[in-house]
Design a binder for this molecule. Structure first.
Ligand SMILES: [Zn+2]
Length: 345
């Protein structure tokens, strides 16, 4: 899957591919009530915030600005409120509608993404894991593991679960970080927290710089027009916790946004895209109207379950031509055939 994804990205950088994609996009695709949702995480250069996991970088500030320029020119950016209203009224969305979303409320949204969104007048929905916005709360586990394991230089070995990993040199530390992250994602939330604690203790990791927007910054962004959307409190994978915990995480993040910001739309994004019918039913019970997954594709709002909306994830290596191709209504039928490009968390 990964090899296919890399091959597609490489091919997408050629002029022949761009010609093909552009011709394909211009075909008279039938489009009625089609919604494209783009997913971004961090907007940053590779050399800033080396303490954070680079796999979450979606674009450099320059690439993001360029993408917003052609989106504003060639598409019809809509707000989350527009989407909810279209679902409610049944009137449908205008042609070439696209919703820009950001997961996890990283600090760089404010410095690198928001200025371009303002410049091109593009609405945005920002998904906020509310526990991380208080000053006393530390950063995400995947960033801590990256910094503690990949960036440490003491050597030695690391015991995780039943296995031992080498920390001898940069190459093995990189390999270890990847393997450890993959193992941690297979655990239930409680076990994951315990293992992360054990890893940090073994390497003597204590520092953790703020990486998520705080409440003052979020309030300022909300006042300027950013839609803040619940994304749980502590960002657990909702299929790896008890249903009662999933419900608490969902409704408490909504309540927290309401208390701190004063308004919240009835929408939700599943952390790392993990959901099942039990989780979807919790959203339905609690009055949510829109749920965002990480399943690749565009949405025909006439037939899609509004609590299982598909999105197009943008990676730092994703060429613009490939993004545009995925935004084509043809992707309603072909989404499952394109290799996954989702980040590892
Ligand atoms: Zn997330």
């Amino acid at each position: 899957m990964k090899i296919a994804g890399k091959a597609i990205k490489k091919a997408a950088q050629t002029s022949l591919f761009r010609f093909f994609a552009s011709s394909f996009e211009k075909l008279p695709w039938p489009e009625s009530n089609v919604l494209r949702v783009l997913t971004y995480h961090r907007i940053a250069t590779k050399n800033e915030r080396l303490d954070l996991d680079p796999s979450l970088i979606s674009a450099s500030p320059e690439s993001f600005d360029r993408q917003m320029e052609w989106i504003s020119r060639d598409f019809n950016p809509v707000s989350l409120a527009n989407v909810i209203e279209a679902m409610k009224s049944g009137n449908g969305l205008s042609k070439r509608s696209v919703l820009v979303t950001f997961d996890d409320a990283y600090l760089d949204f404010m410095f690198h993404a928001w200025p371009s969104l303002v410049k091109y007048n593009i609405p945005v929905a920002l998904f906020v894991p509310t526990d991380f916005c208080s000053a006393e709360t530390s950063s995400f586990w995947w960033d801590q593991i990256h910094d503690a394991v990949n960036n440490q230089s003491n050597g030695g070995r690391l015991r995780v679960g039943q296995r031992e990993f080498s920390l001898d040199n940069a190459k093995t530390r990189k390999r270890t970080t990847k393997a450890v992250k993959s193992y941690l994602k297979s655990l239930d939330h409680h076990q994951l927290q315990q293992e992360v604690g054990s890893i940090l203790e073994q390497v003597g990791y204590t520092k953790s710089k703020r990486s998520v927007l705080d409440w003052g910054q979020l309030k300022a962004l909300s006042d300027q027009g950013v839609d803040l959307v619940p994304h749980t409190q502590s960002h657990p994978l909702l299929t790896r916790v008890h249903a009662s915990v999933a419900r608490e995480e969902i409704i408490n993040s909504r309540r927290c946004l309401n208390e701190k910001i004063g308004k919240v739309l009835p929408a939700f994004a599943y952390p790392s895209g993990y959901y099942n019918e039990e989780v979807v039913n919790i959203l339905r019970d609690e009055g949510f109207k829109v749920g965002f997954t990480t399943v690749r594709g565009v949405n025909d709002l006439e037939v899609t379950d509004n609590l299982k909306l598909r999105r197009i994830n943008i990676g730092a290596e994703t060429p613009d031509a490939l993004i545009r191709l995925q935004m084509c209504p043809a992707n309603l039928k072909t989404q499952s055939k394109i290799a996954s490009q989702f980040p590892s968390v």
